[in-house]
Design a binder for this molecule. Sequence first.
Ligand code: KIV
Ligand code: ZN
Length: 532
Amino acid sequence: MDTAKDRIIIFDTTLRDGEQSPGATLNIEEKLTIARALARLGVDVIEAGFPYASVGDFEAVQKVAAAVGTEDGPIICGLARATKADIKTAAEALKPAAKGRIHTFLATSDIHLEYKLRKTREEVLAIVPEMVAYAKSFVDDVEFSPEDAGRSDPEFLYQVLEAAIAAGATTVNIPDTVGYTTPSEFGALIRGIKENVPNIDRAIISVHGHNDLGLAVANFLEAVKNGARQLECTINGIGERAGNAALEELVMALHVRRQYFNPFLGRPAESTESLTNIDTKQIYKTSRLVSNLTGMTVQPNKAIVGANAFAHESGIHQDGVLKHKLTYEIMDAQSIGLTDNQIILGKHSGRNAFRTRLRELGYELTETELNKAFVRFKDIADKKKEISDWDIEAIVNDEIRQPPELFRLELVQVSCGDRARPTATVTIRTPEGEELTDAAIGTGPVDAVYKAINRVVNVPNELIEFSVQSVTGGIDAIGEVTIRLRHEDKVYSGHAANTDIIVASARAYIGALNRLYASLQAANQNQQVAAN
Ligand code: KIV
Ligand code: ZN
């Protein structure tokens, strides 16, 4: 990667910080699919995970490093606390990457030092250069983050950053870990770092921020104006709590308003050259892919990628746009790769056309997966004349991207209406292969189905989110159901699509219960291993 300071480096952390969103857990195949899409999007760095955190994370970073971390591909980064064990494990996971980066971090705010780390400033000041140098013994490319920088004493921060750079850090990342800072404060913090860290010219200044007050993107744009050249962000802004700064919003703000930002990067204002390496036409596809695989739906009014982002409802706006697009549109929907949900396939479309379209949408399926999805496609094409890209995504996610099938829904049947008490009957095959049938009455048909399922599965849980979305318009539309449930502070999500929303609701619930059940089984096995 060129380290030119007249452009913005996009560091994507969807697979690390983004995956920390409650219920957004991805398996390795899903992570690889997203990593490939990020590479096509043109991100400079992919933070693929936190290798020391779990065996699954280690494997995911290793596989992404091998598959996507090619010579002309992005840098692959692994997160590590400032300890030798973390750093060594990250280095091991990153080995297959042509360009690997270790990102190590240690908190610098007094609150974190006193209550979390129980360390003095002097101790932190000694650990940081030692651990950066240790990371440097494995890779040339080392990033250091003073966690909770937004609430740290700037004078102490300057000292820590100077020590990190002297020890070999090539990027210093400034996190607003709790999303507390305002744009002018964040800009001033970056300016202060530029002016007061003597060796700052030897490193790229990066920013990382959470959206607790909805200010992450605004903070980053102020940071750019004051010298930040790397932005750490996630697709659709997913991430811990209120999420991270959204990649698509940052990239499009820098694209649409490049004449405003150019001078801050030392370019003539009128330069039309892109400020990032992102292929903006890949944005929409990547957003859909991440939303589908994580089960984190995008709110309709979300900037850039929300369903309404380019929709004009009021007559005055529609009239204006018809007369001249620029009256109410600051960017073209096509610039993010949004075509008008074209109708592309139908019941006469063959396997090849189906596979080709899937590839264009970012899905690489095995032969078995393709066969399964194609059978489902044909089935839906019989019910629905026109199959859109969104239908295809829904089919793939429903058929292929399901958690391990421990409980399997064999039958669901409801009876409801304005004079009937909603009643559901379900038959479920248990992990042991037994078929159990039960029935329940609920406040509505979905409630009745969930109560009946609970009677069979019998794992306590609290339903915290239930949403149904129609994939396309029309009475024959596929309904997509996303649900989230909680068990002992952990959130599990389920996602399913069907032309019958009761069936989709039941399958989504079983999906989430399967994730929950699998994690209980894994915890049990770990306990047994520990006891032996
Ligand atoms: O929010 C944060 O501070 C982080 C660091 C690990 C960079 O995610
Ligand atoms: Zn973070």
